[in-house]
Ligand binder design. Structure first.
Ligand SMILES: C[S@@+](CC[C@H](N)C(=O)[O-])C[C@H]1O[C@@H](n2cnc3c(N)ncnc32)[C@H](O)[C@@H]1O
Length: 240
């Protein structure tokens, strides 16, 4: 299910020490959103990105969803009742509201392969479920509404030091590979001294460019632009 339950405790420590620059991501998203302020953040985790949106403009009307309860508990502590927080699985999400834009920072990402080539990465590795989840995103948007997906580097082995004597390391192992898609098993681990204090292994799927466009089209989305700062891709909902 790719829940983040076992690494929740160390998630913010990792993310706020060099993994993502939430302030910069939120500023770039904000430029494209303009006056559209009713936002759904999917796979929103502990609310680090939403927090930055509210710093830019407290009038953002944000709902955030995630399926990992422990991540949302931290989001609630961080954001209180300034946003709506729902525990939901993207595959079955039914929120009863429609939004101006849906933002994905991590649960789906565009992977920068170099030479202007991007692959779609998803935390939902089963094809039918992933398609259903993308259709659910579309269902929660107005026609013309935006679907913004962050850009990130390919998952690779790396290790670095975090405050408090914690060492983070990740391993990424390529698994099944088909013509237009492949899977990666990613292990996130946190060490203190010689002890592993938290770890989680997830399976992610990736689609080549042509497979991505097909998948997006089937879900009602067309590609609009790569943002100039190369932080995200914009798709828009073109059909009901
Ligand atoms: C890489 S984290 C990103 C969290 C957050 N967006 C951020 O930028 O810090 C991916 C998140 O997606 C959530 N997730 C994965 N699969 C999901 C699903 N099927 N439905 C809802 N959330 C999901 C995980 O629980 C996790 O919190």
């Amino acid at each position: 299910m790719n829940e983040y339950t076992d690494i929740t405790e160390y998630y913010d420590l990792l993310m706020t020490n060099g993994y993502y620059d939430y302030e910069s991501i939120a500023k770039s998203f904000h430029k494209v959103l303009g006056s559209q302020n009713k936002i759904l953040e999917v796979g929103a985790g502990t609310g680090l990105l939403t927090e930055q949106f509210l710093k830019i403009d407290p009038n953002y009307e944000i709902m955030m969803i995630d399926h990992t309860e422990s991540m949302l508990k931290i989001a609630k502590e961080r954001l209180g009742n300034r946003v709506k927080i729902r525990q939901a699985n993207l595959v079955s999400m039914e929120l009863g509201e429609v939004f101006d834009a849906v933002i994905s920072n991590g649960v789906w990402s565009m992977i920068d392969m170099g030479n202007n080539e991007y692959h779609l990465g998803t935390h939902i590795p089963q094809d039918e479920e992933n398609s259903q989840a993308l259709k659910n995103v579309s269902k929660h948007l107005h026609k013309g509404g935006l679907f913004l997906l962050n850009i990130q580097a390919p998952h690779k082995e790396k290790e670095f030091n975090l405050p408090g004597g914690i060492v983070y390391f990740q391993e990424a192992l390529k698994q099944e590979e088909e013509l237009e898609q492949y899977c990666i098993q990613k292990r996130y681990a946190f060490k203190k001294g010689n002890n592993i204090v938290a770890e989680q292994t997830c399976q992610y799927k990736f689609f080549t460019e042509s497979a991505t466009e097909k998948l997006m089209d089937e879900s009602g989305f067309k590609f609009k632009a790569v943002d100039p700062s190369k932080e995200f891709h914009t798709y828009y909902k073109y059909k009901d």
